[in-house]
Design a binder for this molecule. Structure first.
Ligand code: F6R
Length: 609
């Protein structure tokens, strides 16, 4: 959460700071701010709300400083107003912070007693005063930061700018990501490579506990014990980080429509298309025959991808699967089998709870395989094996293309394990691969169903509560559909296993609550249709997403129907049906005039627990 940036440039940096913050706005957009050195003095400009408010302010008050820091906020402590906006500063130092300082209350009391005056409700401001305290006692900026870092508890990334220090920026990382970039024009700090892509030509990542001093004559990295260390510098491919909506109205629309291409690209990476078999692009660090169980952990949409994958791993590889959301898993102290396989799933690769689940699994002797979209992320770097999704940067806060790519990778892993464990024959593998390979084309066809989806979306937009039902892999997809709808439109929605309906939720049925039934023509179709009829019998407001056969068998009055071809069936149908639930949520939100790409209260990368 929160995006931070710092620039030590040769010309005015305010515009570049804002440009970098635009690329970080997906991490939070409650407020934004910059601090630059104007004639040597720390000068701040902050605004509540989205970055455009800061841009408007900046237009009326140009800043000329050649060094500065910037921040876009996702509020944790204190209201999302201007007073709580970063940078936080005093006369000596300004700081931007991503993360949480857990011991800020004690530190605040201690520093207040020493005469420091606090002006915000944030945990972050304590860092500025702690460093100023060291500076007041005569420490150099480097020494003051190093000492302050040792007093902080929690997870954070920080960037510091010092009064009368036009040649210095300091960054620090513990738990939250931070990268350093370089070009002929200057040196940069940023929460991720995306922020630095327009400026930097090379990049290095801080390791856990590192801090870094950027000066014009060079950059020095230090580890947590303050020893100077080297960190690997690599070229930054700017072309791959282009952020633009193309011809679409929203990033989310663009990302939904990119799915046939990126899922196809991801599959091509994991399959031998000529042979029609799976070819994992990495070596397994364990013997699949000796595996007794797979554990999966993730958050939100990535967790729902894991839930779909459970069906595949159990069916194709005959592996028992334990799966839990990461915020629960990490504190359950779950027993894990000796030498077991842990799969963590994350688009950003920075989700704090998922990272903690990964570390727990590693500490308990598991082989950790991560399915991530950001290859340079912390989760990727801490895993034994990285299975990347080739979704490209996902900017819309609601995950779409990363989710279907996660499903594609999971499907390939399940088939590879099935083969390696002797559960699937080569012929069975080939047949399943050919079903999987059909998915991108079927997704492209699903994208052409917008004319059917729009009237359904108009109908759903009038509701205050919506139920999604599905069986098998369509059950987690029902949860994913409900999540997409609630986060984009703020309409309450729940995803339920269709068979569970009669155990409680059926009491909710009335015509005011649309019930969206996901009914791919698979082995459970008949049972799903029976559940649909239970809703119909109670005067329910039914919307069916399914094949013509599902509609025929339902033989019920439908308020809406989105048709997918009969061929979209079998174990991987959920990948294609995902497109429909995404488009539906998208159109509902558009009808309602909601902020599709940046829904309220959310952030793209959740680096706090
Ligand atoms: C919902 C959504 C979130 C994320 C979750 C995990 O549309 O995007 O539920 O899936 O915050 O994020 P990652 O995948 O980055 O770990």
């Amino acid at each position: 959460m929160c995006g931070i940036v710092g620039i030590l440039g040769k010309g005015p940096v305010a515009g570049q700071l804002v440009e970098a913050l635009k690329r970080l706005e997906y991490r939070g957009y409650d407020s934004a701010g910059i601090a630059t050195l104007e004639e040597g003095r720390l000068t701040r400009l902050r605004a509540s709300g989205k970055l455009k408010n800061l841009e408007e302010k900046l237009a009326g008050s140009p800043h000329k400083g050649h060094v500065g820091i910037g921040h876009t906020r996702w509020a944790t402590h204190g209201k999302p107003n201007e007073t709580n906006a970063h940078p936080h500063a005093n006369s000596r130092v300004a700081v931007v912070h991503n993360g949480i300082i857990e011991n800020f209350r004690e530190l605040r009391e201690e520093l207040t007693a020493k005469g420091h005056k606090f002006t915000s409700e944030t945990d972050s401001e304590v860092v500025a005063h702690l460093v100023a305290d060291g500076l007041n006692a005569g420490a150099t900026p480097e020494k003051a930061v190093a000492a302050a870092l040792k007093r902080l508890k929690g997870a954070f990334a920080l960037a510091f700018l010092f009064d009368h220090e036009p040649d210095l920026l300091i960054g620090a990382r513990r738990g939250s990501p931070l990268a350093v970039g370089w070009s002929d024009e200057g040196a940069y700090l940023g929460s991720d490579a995306l922020a630095l892509a327009p400026f930097a030509t090379s990049i290095a990542y801080l390791d856990e506990g590192d801090w870094v001093a950027l000066r014009r004559e060079g950059t020095t990295f230090f580890d947590a014990a303050d020893n100077p260390v080297e960190r690997r510098r690599q070229p930054l491919q700017t072309g791959s980080f282009l952020v633009d909506k193309g011809n679409y109205r929203h990033f989310m629309a663009k990302e939904i429509h990119e799915q046939p291409e990126v899922v196809g690209r991801t599959l091509a990476h994991y399959l031998d298309l000529a042979e029609g078999t799976v070819r994992l692009p990495f070596e397994l660090t364990f013997d699949p025959l000796k595996l007794s169980r797979v554990t999966i952990s993730a958050c939100g949409t990535a967790y729902y991808a894991g839930l779909v994958a459970r069906y595949w791993l159990e069916r194709f590889a005959r592996l028992p699967v334990e799966i839990d959301i990461a915020s629960e898993f990490r504190y359950r102290d779950p027993p894990l089998p000796e030498g077991g396989l842990m799969i963590v799933v994350s688009q950003s690769g920075e989700t704090a709870d998922t990272l903690a689940a990964l570390r727990y699994a590693k500490d308990h002797g598991q082989h950790v395989l991560s399915i991530v979209n950001v290859e340079t992320s912390t989760i990727a770097r801490e895993s034994h094996t990285v299975a990347k999704t080739l979704a490209g940067p996902e900017i819309g806060v609601a995950s779409t293309k990363a989710y279907t790519c996660q499903l594609a990778v999971f499907a390939c892993i399940a088939l590879a394990l099935g083969r390696a464990r002797g559960v699937l024959t080569k012929e069975q593998e080939r047949a399943l691969v050919s079903e999987l390979v059909a998915a991108p084309g079927q997704m492209a066809d699903a994208l052409n169903r917008e004319a059917q989806i729009e009237p359904v979306a108009r109908d759903v937009a009038r509701a205050s509560s919506v139920l999604y039902l599905g069986r098998g892999p369509a059950f987690p997809l029902a949860m994913e559909g409900a999540l997409k709808l609630k986060e984009l439109s703020y309409i309450h929605a729940e995803g339920y296993a269709a068979g569970e309906l009669k155990h409680g939720p059926i009491a909710l049925i009335d015509y005011a609550m649309p019930v969206i039934v996901l009914a791919p023509p698979d082995a459970s179709l008949e049972k799903t249709v029976s559940n649909l009829q239970e809703v119909a019998a109670r005067g329910g407001h039914l919307i069916l997403i399914g094949s013509p056969r599902a509609k025929e068998e339902a033989a019920a009055e439908l308020a809406g129907f989105v048709e997918l071809p009969e061929e979209v069936s079998g174990p991987f149908a959920a990948i294609v049906y995902a497109v429909i639930v995404q488009l539906l949520a998208y159109h509902v939100a558009v009808f309602m005039g909601k902020d599709v790409d940046q829904p309220r209260n959310l952030a793209k990368s959740v680096t706090v627990e």
